[in-house]
Design a protein around this ligand. Structure first.
Ligand SMILES: C[S@@+](CC[C@H](N)C(=O)[O-])C[C@H]1O[C@@H](n2cnc3c(N)ncnc32)[C@H](O)[C@@H]1O
Length: 208
């Protein structure tokens, strides 16, 4: 991670009230749509949204899910998410502090689907691998990851990441980390050469 958790949290809290208006790129919107499409929760499913921010994904999934748990390190972003949920009367979503590598999920809570959009690229390669192992330990049916990721060569001149704060991985690295953690990659969507969505499903042991 190129900044501490506190620095990232403060950075996002500072821009929280303008965040939604600033997310106007075609690629961001495409990524949101694809993550929502592939998450596809049923009314019995509990969804965990990591790096939920102002709740773009969590609030889109809540009407179809049993419950959505949104986790983020930025209290300012979480506050925006709670305000939006209250404004539209969504009650089956809970927003609170939690990190990729320590999501702060109740042990008793069964997580069926994990999603994350445009957030994991703040972690280094090794930290992403640790986060993916933590996610696998929650034993979700699937993990849908939309993010900045490199399908080709990194290009710091592109607008999708800031080299001084962001640390995107290659698609190959993410695919290896997911498969090493016991997931099978069932879809790879390239939105842009630096933005994509990976769908990883867990293969249950034969006696499950
Ligand atoms: C670019 S925003 C994306 C928010 C939302 N998922 C979306 O699609 O609009 C990235 C979010 O990741 C959060 N974040 C960064 N590092 C994190 C970490 N280690 N654990 C949890 N959230 C983190 C930030 O606070 C920020 O709210």
């Amino acid at each position: 991670m190129k900044k501490t958790l506190e620095e990232h949290a403060d950075r996002f809290s500072d821009i929280a009230s303008d965040y939604d208006d600033s997310q106007d790129s075609e690629e961001y919107r495409a990524c949101v749509s694809l993550v929502v499409h592939y998450a596809d929760p049923s009314e019995d499913d509990t969804v965990l949204d990591l790096g939920t921010g102002t709740g773009a994904i969590a609030l889109a999934l809540a009407p179809d899910a049993k419950r959505v748990v949104g986790r983020d390190i930025s209290e300012g972003m979480l506050e925006q998410a709670r305000t939006k949920a209250a404004e539209v009367g969504i009650e089956n979503v809970e927003f609170g502090e939690g990190r990729f590598r320590d999501p702060n999920v109740d042990d008793a809570e069964d997580i069926d689907i994990v999603v994350s959009n445009f957030a994991m690229h703040h972690l280094s390669d090794e930290e992403k691998r640790e986060a993916i192992e933590v996610i696998a330990d929650l034993e979700p049916e699937r993990f849908v990851l939309g993010d900045v990721m490199f399908f080709g060569e990194p290009n710091p001149d592109e607008p999708f990441y800031s080299p001084e704060v962001d640390d995107p991985s290659t698609v190959g690295y993410l695919a290896d980390a997911l498969t090493d953690a016991g997931f099978v990659l069932t879809a790879v969507e390239a939105v842009h050469e630096q933005v994509g969505v990976l769908v990883a499903e867990r293969v249950p042991p034969v006696d499950e």
